[in-house]
Design a protein around this ligand. Sequence first.
Ligand SMILES: [Mg+2]
Length: 309
Amino acid sequence: MIHILDWFKKKRSPRFKKVFIIINPTAGRARFLNYSKAIHNFFSKIDIEYDYVITKRSGEATTLAKWAVKEKFDLIIAAGGDGTTNEVVNGIGDSQVTLGIIPIGTINILSKELNIPLTFNRALKLILSGKIESMDMGRVNDRYFVLMAGCGIDSYAIYRVNIKLKKFLGPLAYIISGIYSLWKYKPHKITINIDDHRIDDFGYFVVAENVSTYGGKFKIAPYADVNDGLLDICIFKKTGVFDVFRYFIGIALKKHIDYPDVRYYQCKKIELTSEQNVLLHTDGELIGSTPAIITVLPKKLKVLVPKDD
Ligand SMILES: [Mg+2]
């Protein structure tokens, strides 16, 4: 017969033995937090080995997550925004180590998609109360992504964004850069081959989405689902300032996919080629330019999410 206390301990016993927390202190809401205090408060009450690092420069979270995988941590938590999550995912790769997210960024697209609570303490508590789910990841060449890959004017806007302005204004800096890009960007034709020539198309701005949201409340790929083993592709075929403005309004009103000059596909693999190199980003980070092969890795990322009530 199981003693009642043993039973209770079993119920409470954590699934994770070693937890590593990577904190980006420059993330949107991070400066208002005392992480060390919140972390120590939490772990002092439970029996789990843990460690945490506060990053000092961008890119560091990938190196740290790779190290944590090697050191056999079984939960790696990204405390930051979507950029931090992307860096950590690139360190986790296809190792099957579980990703946790503490969404202290400005927009936190992935957390909203996965219903992860938006406060440090509540998100940390998922270590005890959450469940592990597998979700799709995307890959462009040798980089992983969780949200989207974009090729064209949005990558140019990311390229031109003023870093000082970004620190000061947050996401507004991207909107300013986007407006500037409307006048400055010279579009190049991108040839798109879907699922090994099942479909061939072209356009001047292409977004491959794993999640339905693009930024803020905008839904470029309204049918995208992180669990369907597919990427949702939206192709914009015209380039004029008026056309881009029309697309913007269409996206805001959720009408763009009905436009005759917008194409929408669901697929597993996309190849992008162009005569001139066109810039490319994943999850809002510039990663290079065309040519590129974008693929989906179905259910390859384990992530800690709240249990359904
Ligand atoms: Mg999908």
